[in-house]
Design a protein around this ligand. Structure first.
Ligand code: 13P
Length: 285
């Protein structure tokens, strides 16, 4: 069933678990993620980021996400990940996404507040929820070392600013930067859980962890128990699908496309299942 992002996150935040938000680039990803969520009786979020539009156009993916959500036995929200402008968020809302992220993290602070507030105003009029980001998550191609203690503190979410930002924008969830990065880590990161706990202490709002792939199980658990109510996973599923296909092609002569489709579904399901169990949302549907 299609359920609001806010309802799904508020429940997770209240009960101390996190919901997996999986970037789905294909029908196979969607089918696999929903299968895992239904098997584990867990809420889940299907999402697509603006940088992914060139090969997974939002206009084509939206009806698939929405239909999959409506047919599902478990609560599913359909979310725009990393919307880069007010206009993209408006387009997602008109296509039926029931939550959007406006990512103004690289903008000057006041501009991030101004545009996020405009997105919130537009979204709330359409009964759509909003996530925004404060601090710089970045990606692994930009950062040569992934050790948070060697990172410049400025890129982490500022505790005082987080309260000001939440109050001024009226968002439903805040994505934070605590040493997490998008993409493949060079080495397993050590997240700044102390900073997370301080942000959690200061604010009574669900928090979001981006860059979930490659995080240690220990850090995932600390996040889940310190106010992170949504964890984004993209790279891990892409890698799992690619590996299954590579193994199939290397070990099979027939190269049957239908077999490959099943393998893509299977890899997507396995990735989602692994993360849903770690995030403790199993049985919470
Ligand atoms: P990963 O690709 O590192 O899992 O990050 C996913 C993400 O945060 C999407 O917004």
């Amino acid at each position: 069933m299609l359920i609001s992002y806010k309802t799904i996150l508020d429940n997770a935040f209240k009960d101390g678990y996190a919901v997996g938000a999986f970037n789905c680039l294909s029908l196979e990803n969607v089918i696999g993620v929903i299968k895992a969520a239904e098997k584990l009786n867990s809420p889940v979020i299907l999402q697509l980021a603006e940088v992914q539009f060139p090969y997974s156009p939002m206009e084509l993916m939206a009806p698939i996400f929405l239909e999959a959500a409506k047919r599902s036995k478990v609560p599913v929200a359909v979310h725009l990940d990393h919307g880069q402008s007010f206009e993209t968020c408006a387009r997602a809302i008109s296509l039926g996404f029931n939550s959007v992220m406006f990512d103004g993290a690289s903008l000057p602070y006041e501009d991030n507040i101004a545009i996020t507030s405009q997105v919130v105003k537009m979204a709330k009029a359409a009964d759509v929820d909003v996530e925004a980001e404060l601090g710089k998550v970045g990606d692994t191609t930009e950062v040569l070392t992934n050790k948070p203690n060697e990172m410049n503190d400025d890129i982490f979410t500022n505790v005082e600013q987080s309260a000001d930002f939440i109050e001024k924008t009226g968002i439903d969830a805040l994505a934070i930067a605590i040493g997490n990065l998008h993409g493949n880590y060079i080495a397993t990161p050590k997240l700044n859980i102390k900073r997370l706990a301080e942000i959690r202490e200061k604010n009574n709002l669900p928090l979001v962890l981006h860059g979930g792939s490659g995080t240690s199980e220990e850090d995932f658990k600390s996040c889940v128990h310190n106010g992170i109510a949504k964890i984004n996973v993209a790279t891990a599923m892409q890698m799992a699908v690619a590996k299954k296909i590579k193994d199939y092609v290397n070990n099979n002569e027939k190269n049957n496309y239908i077999d490959m489709k099943w393998l893509m579904i299977e890899a997507s399901e396995e990735t989602a299942e692994y993360h849903i169990r770690l995030f403790e949302s199993q049985g919470k549907a």
